[in-house]
Ligand binder design. Sequence first.
Ligand SMILES: C[S@@+](CC[C@H](N)C(=O)[O-])C[C@H]1O[C@@H](n2cnc3c(N)ncnc32)[C@H](O)[C@@H]1O
Length: 306
Amino acid sequence: MTEKWLEISLTATAAQADLLCGLLDSLGCAGVLVSERKLDTFVVPDPDAVEEGPLQLRAFFPQQPAEVLFERLAALLADYGALLPPLAALAPDARLIDGQDWAHGWKQHFTTLRIGRRLLVRPSWEAVTAGPEDALITLDPGMAFGTGSHETTFLCLEALADRFELQPVPRSLLDVGTGSGILAIAAAALGAERVLACDIDPQACATARDNAVINGVQDRVEVTAAPLEALPAGFDLVVANILAEENVRLAAELVNRLAPAGTLILSGILAEKQALVVAGFEPFFPEPPQIHQKNEWLCLIYARPG
Ligand SMILES: C[S@@+](CC[C@H](N)C(=O)[O-])C[C@H]1O[C@@H](n2cnc3c(N)ncnc32)[C@H](O)[C@@H]1O
């Protein structure tokens, strides 16, 4: 028989949401989805920012009568006086659902991606049979940015995969702003012998190291929190999926880390920032970049003369 769960939905303000989640937890809730919260690591979150507008909370309980649960919640809300409104103001609703729907439903958004001829990026819960030439990497959505589903990550992976189809095959890569480590790990899986990945966020560095171990490439992928200025030079590939302004600010440092005939891959660039980035890198390259686009995001690829 299919396991059933009781889904309770409530509408609350951001200021009420955390307290409300605590109350739902004390009533035996197994998890809450907050539908309107956005995560975008291109925009550094402001810890003091108050989210605008109402939030939709969906709380999941083992099957039980909704009326009894609502009665217990109404009693708890009454204890909180002015901090929380009465139950009726939260527009409560209840429905029975199959257990699979909430525990695993979000996973449907993350499926295996094939990029170029050889690169496969899979989430850990998908079984994939890789061909003999495939470079298979495993990346789960987590705290650090980079699962391949963001346009900029995809564009960088595509550009990397293309470079590994050309001769001479790149041997080394510097990944600036590694996040989950996805680009560094992909380069190692595609055949790079030496990969250096850096990030200003220590949490991202820890995640990238863990992901390198999960993918068995930790012997070739070094992760550091050191700033770009302190890193060595001479890389066949340099990739930076950071914001347009940050790419421009670091232009000379990025270019200086390329080996002769090396390739620079830049992303994190909105289409409206193209002119800014092209102008910022013009002094360093005789040829204009190749430009690839996915939705509103760009990837610029520069070749350094040999
Ligand atoms: C959009 S994420 C890219 C993650 C991953 N490389 C990808 O392509 O999916 C940008 C990352 O760059 C890091 N970052 C931003 N500015 C940086 C800088 N100047 N040096 C190193 N890392 C930086 C951020 O902490 C974040 O983890």
